[in-house]
Design a protein around this ligand. Structure first.
Ligand code: ATP
Ligand code: MG
Length: 266
């Protein structure tokens, strides 16, 4: 069953069609990759699904059987979609633990507002929540840094924290926009191992945009390939990497197919 489904999804910015008539099904329990050249519409797709942008008329987005096409971001978050951003948007002056709490409070925003009128309820929620958040920090390997300002973390730790903050929303669907950008190969492997472990532990579905093709090829069940906002290929990683149209659009015509396959297997 598709947990996320878009039908005829389109988004224009003035004369530019950033996403064009896109049908995508993300199967429950899968890791689904979204790849394509710079400017092909990957982040725009994330912004449409999470309600940051309104799609063009005629578009439909369903999540867990519900039509969320016109839902605001906070409602989409509460329904179970969490994301990371290409530029991380952490709160650098806040501690690691506080950054996680922001994710959690986004999840419970309405319930939490009610508790503001009841101090003992706040104390109870906060104790329980911080236990859960500490468990999550241990899972992502940042427990020792809980009270450190986010600004003092290394680049790799900041990427882990962004992942943790999304997880604090307790999503069903976790959407990662280039989670491994700028990481060394060892840290890429470490991050992806954590993503896989979180997926198993919390029964997640994962949608991942990633330029590091090795990550996509090794971890995804299904890959959708975009070019100029259109779907130009879709299938298992091995199907996609043998698709000539995909290869040409994605990696350029100057390489021959064998070179491209070697790059994809790198
Ligand atoms: N808010 C906006 N206003 C105008 N144009 C936009 C806006 N957001 C995105 N675009 C345009 O839409 C197209 C798709 O951009 P998008 O950021 O989705 O690409 P991408 O596939 O995520 O690229 P990258 O791999 O570089 O992150 C680009 O041409 C971009 O300039
Ligand atoms: Mg992008």
């Amino acid at each position: 069953m598709a947990l996320l489904e878009t039908i005829g999804l389109s988004k224009s910015f003035g004369g530019l069609r950033a996403i064009s008539n896109l049908d995508v099904d993300v199967e429950a329990g899968s890791i689904h990759g979204l790849i394509g050249p710079n400017g092909s519409g990957k982040s725009t797709f994330f912004n449409l699904v999470t309600g940051v942008y309104q799609p063009d008329p005629g578009s439909k987005i369903f999540f867990d059987g519900l039509d969320i096409t016109k839902s605001p971001s906070h409602k989409i978050g509460a329904l179970g979609i969490a994301r990371t951003f290409q530029l991380l948007r952490l709160f650098s002056e806040m501690t690691v633990l506080q950054n996680l709490m922001v994710g959690y409070h986004t999840h419970v925003s309405y319930g939490f507002l009610k508790t503001i009128f009841n101090n003992s309820a706040i104390a109870k929620i906060d104790a329980q929540t911080s236990d859960e958040m500490m468990e999550l920090l241990e899972f992502i390997g940042l427990a020792d840094f809980a009270s450190m300002p986010a600004s003092e973390l290394s680049g790799g730790q900041r990427r882990l924290l962004a992942l943790g903050r999304a997880m604090a929303m307790r999503p069903k669907l976790l959407m990662l926009d280039e989670p491994a950008a700028g990481l060394s190969p060892v840290n890429v492997d470490r991050l992806m191992a954590i993503v896989m472990a979180l997926k198993e532990r919390f029964g997640l579905t994962v949608l991942i945009v990633e330029h590091i093709l090795k990550v996509v090829m090794e971890t995804c069940d299904t890959v959708t390939v975009l070019d100029y906002g259109q779907k130009i290929g879709e299938g298992s990683p091995s199907e996609v990497k043998d698709d000539h149209a995909v290869i040409e659009a994605y990696l350029g015509q100057e390489m021959d197919d064998d070179e491209i396959r070697a790059a994809l297997n790198a």
